[in-house]
Ligand binder design. Structure first.
Ligand SMILES: C[S@@+](CC[C@H](N)C(=O)[O-])C[C@H]1O[C@@H](n2cnc3c(N)ncnc32)[C@H](O)[C@@H]1O
Length: 181
């Protein structure tokens, strides 16, 4: 897999927050800004920390669809159960651009950016990655989190996609991987 450094992306800043290492949010926002997206989908919106950062910092966003799961969802990796939020999307629920969808509802049919950060089991990551490639708009961006996280199964899936011909880039010293389509 190709790699790129934060310096090459022009990233500065180092926000400290839950679910991301310091500086990863800045990488994510820089990547997202580069495509001036109108519609973004986040698989695994949780309480909305990333959604709030994107809605506050990316002025081109008109629609942000956050996807999460019902409380009874069976996680592929049982230890991930503790990540389930009491109220998915609670930090952004009053933003008119935000829409919450729980698994079982229809998935979006198009997006300029898709951030995959939901179930980190290998079957789920593969399914989300195949779906994302099928619906992403031309010129859009797919971003994954948790590449290199030894406690989950994202790394093997992304290496497999790369071996199958996908054009993925790892941002050095982060768990972020992206693909421009
Ligand atoms: C690590 S947290 C996500 C953090 C969030 N993306 C952020 O940047 O703040 C993982 C989230 O994925 C959700 N989740 C798990 N399986 C999912 C699935 N199949 N589809 C959508 N969301 C899922 C969990 O409930 C949890 O809220």
């Amino acid at each position: 897999m190709k790699t790129i450094t934060k310096a090459e992306l022009g990233v500065t800043g180092s926000t400290v927050r839950q679910y991301m290492h310091p500086g990863e949010q800045e990488v994510l926002l820089t990547l997202i800004k580069s495509v001036e997206p109108h519609t973004m989908v986040e698989i695994g919106v949780n309480v909305g920390l990333t959604a709030r950062a994107v809605l506050e910092n990316i002025p081109s966003i008109e629609r942000y669809i956050g996807i999460d799961v019902h409380a009874a969802y069976q996680f592929e990796i049982p230890a991930q159960r503790i990540e389930h939020p009491g109220e998915p999307g609670q930090l952004v629920k009053d933003d008119p651009r935000f829409e919450l969808r729980l698994r079982g509802a229809e998935l979006p049919h198009a997006a300029d950016v898709i951030f995959i950060d939901g179930d980190h089991g290998k079957r789920a990551v593969m399914a989300d990655s195949v779906w994302a490639a099928a619906i992403i708009n031309h010129g859009g961006l797919i971003i994954w989190h948790d590449y290199g996280n030894p406690t989950v199964e994202v790394t093997g899936v992304l290496n497999r996609l790369q071996a199958q011909g996908r054009n993925l880039t790892h941002v050095e010293n982060t768990w972020l991987v992206f693909e421009r389509r």
